[in-house]
Design a protein around this ligand. Structure first.
Ligand SMILES: [Zn+2]
Length: 251
C-alpha cells in the first residue's frame, strides 16, 4: 500500500503502518481519554498514559487478528506478503485465493477466533480483579475491560455473514464445501477474479491473486480498479498492495 512503511517483521511477515493510521490512532486515543477512562478520577497524566497503552493494545489486537488469518493461510500454503495498519483498521495481504473450502473456512475463522480469545482474557481480568481490595490494579482492570468489550464487538462485527467480512468467507466456504468438488471448481475462478473479504478487525478481504484479509471498516477499492491491477504484471506477482481495503477490526 503506497504511503505505508515497515515497522516490524512478525513470523516472517512484514508489519507495515500507513500514514493514515496516525489519524485513527489519534481518534481512538482521544475517545479513550475523554470518554472511556474519564470517570475514574485519575490525574490527567495517568489518564493519558493509560489511554495510550489501551490504544496501543487495541491496535496490537488487530495485528493479532490479522496475524491469525495470515498464519493459517500460510499453513495452507498461501503466501502472505504483509500486514498493514491503516485508517480503517488492518489488512493482511495474501497473494492467492484459498485452495479449498477447508482452507478458506479456517483462514476466515482464525481472525475472529483470535479476537474472541483476547476478549475472553480481557473480560476475565476485568471481572476477576477486585479493585476495591487492589486499587493499584484499577488501570489494569479498566484496560482489560475495554479490550474485552472492543474485541468482542470486533469479532461479532466481522462474523456478520456478508462480504467483505470474515463471516461472509466462512459462509462461502460452507457453501463451497457442501457443493463438493464440482461446485468448488465452478466457484474458484469467480472467487479468484473478485476481491473477497476474509477478515476483520475492521473488515477483511481476499482476492484471487492478491488476497487481503482485513480488520476494520469497509472496502474502499472498486472492482474495476482491482481487476485492472490483477491484470498487470506487478499485480500478478503480488509484490505490492495497491488496492486499498478497509478493515473492520477497528471497532
Ligand atoms: Zn479478519
Amino acid at each position: 500500500m503506497a504511503g505505508s512503511f515497515r515497522v516490524a517483521r512478525l513470523f516472517g511477515i512484514e508489519l507495515r503502518v500507513h500514514i493514515s493510521w496516525v489519524f485513527i490512532f489519534a481518534i481512538v486515543l482521544y475517545s479513550l481519554w475523554s470518554d472511556v477512562f474519564a470517570h475514574y478520577g485519575w490525574s490527567d497524566q495517568k489518564r493519558i498514559t493509560v489511554s495510550a497503552i489501551a490504544a496501543l493494545l487495541f491496535f496490537s489486537s488487530i495485528v493479532a487478528h490479522e496475524l491469525s488469518h495470515s498464519l493459517v493461510a500460510r499453513r495452507f500454503n498461501m503466501a502472505v506478503s504483509s500486514i498493514t495498519l491503516f485508517l480503517l483498521g488492518g489488512v493482511a495481504n495474501l497473494r492467492q485465493e484459498p485452495p479449498s473450502a477447508k482452507a478458506e473456512f479456517f483462514m476466515a475463522a482464525a481472525g475472529p477466533g483470535m479476537s474472541l480469545v483476547i476478549s475472553g482474557i480481557g473480560l476475565a481480568l476485568w471481572f476477576g480483579i477486585d479493585t476495591s481490595a487492589l486499587p493499584s490494579l484499577q488501570p489494569v482492570s479498566a484496560v482489560a475491560g475495554y479490550l474485552g468489550v472492543i474485541n468482542l464487538a470486533l469479532a461479532g462485527f466481522n462474523l456478520l455473514p456478508g462480504f467483505p467480512l470474515d463471516g461472509g468467507r466462512v459462509l462461502r466456504s460452507i457453501i463451497w464445501g457442501s457443493a463438493g468438488t464440482g461446485g468448488a471448481r465452478r466457484r474458484s475462478p469467480r472467487a479468484a477474479g473478485s476481491s473477497s473479504p476474509a477478515c476483520s478487525s475492521c473488515g477483511g478481504s481476499s482476492s484471487s491473486r492478491r488476497v487481503r484479509t482485513r480488520s476494520g471498516g469497509g472496502r474502499s477499492c472498486s472492482r474495476t480498479s482491482c481487476t485492472t491491477r490483477r491484470r498487470s504484471p506487478s499485480a500478478r506477482s503480488g509484490s505490492a498492495a495497491s488496492c486499498p481495503e478497509p478493515a473492520s477490526g477497528r471497532s
